[in-house]
Design a protein around this ligand. Structure first.
Ligand code: IYR
Length: 230
């Protein structure tokens, strides 16, 4: 996408200016909070399918995220193929068994108790889609020479946030899953060594029996997460 010769600074007038009144700015901020506070991480998926086009649009949204030097150091691998999902589940469960059998250490396992997770990951097969997010540690100019990416974890993290918001906005539910280590994903999905898997996001509609841990409703109050130097 980048060629050495064509990268230069060329400012253009800000496109898509919102230009809301102060009242509308506040109303929109409230409406978005009201929408986002209804997002839950859900692990029980129904068998209702999700069209590939929906996933494509949500990944397009993720791709609008800001990134270091606008290098967009991410790749999203979307999987609906049942056999590939099964391979990912089996490899993830192997890693998770080690984690839950003690690899994580007592303190980490205790922290996870209220979340109710374990090494059983049926959602990796049940969800109609898995989206595996890769962070690109370096990229290539059109002429094949290598360039470095900057703020890769930050940029990819923001893109994941955009993706989760887009999925929620579309009425879908998602589960972020981070088996550790995750290198097996490069092999299963045939991704290059320059890419580091960051997370698996299982996506779909919730089953009629879907539950969330009660603690998930406990969000820190504003005064704990915000300080204002007014
Ligand atoms: N990767 C494991 C463990 C896990 C870790 C954290 I931190 C969580 O918030 C939830 C789970 C798993 O997915 O089960």
């Amino acid at each position: 996408m980048f060629s050495r010769e064509t990268i230069s600074y060329k400012p253009i007038p800000l496109p898509d200016r919102a230009d809301f009144s102060d009242e509308k700015v506040l109303a929109e901020a409230k409406a978005y909070y009201d929408r986002m506070k209804r997002r839950h991480t859900v692990r029980d998926f129904s068998d209702r399918p999700v069209a590939r086009e929906v996933i494509e649009e949500c990944v397009r949204t993720a791709g609008t995220a800001p990134s270091g030097a606008n290098h967009q150091p991410w790749h999203f691998a979307a999987i609906s193929n049942q056999d590939v999902k099964r391979q990912i589940r089996e490899a993830a469960e192997d890693e998770e068994r080690r984690f839950y059998e003690g690899g994580a250490g007592d303190e980490w396992l205790k922290a996870l108790e209220p979340i109710g997770t374990n090494d059983h990951k049926p959602h990796l097969e049940d969800a109609p889609w898995l989206i595996v997010v890769f962070a690109q540690r370096w990229g290539y100019f059109d002429d094949g020479t290598r360039y470095k990416n900057y703020y890769v974890p930050e940029s990819t993290g923001i893109a994941c946030g955009f993706l989760l918001a887009a999925l929620h906005h579309a009425g879908l539910v998602a589960l972020t899953h981070t088996p550790n280590p995750m290198r097996f994903l490069n092999k299963v999905l045939d991704r290059p060594e320059s890419e580091k898997p960051i997370m698996i996001i299982a996506v779909g509609h919730p089953s009629s029996e879907a539950k969330v841990p009660a603690v998930a409703k406990l969000k820190k109050p504003l005064h704990e997460i915000l300080s204002v130097a007014g």
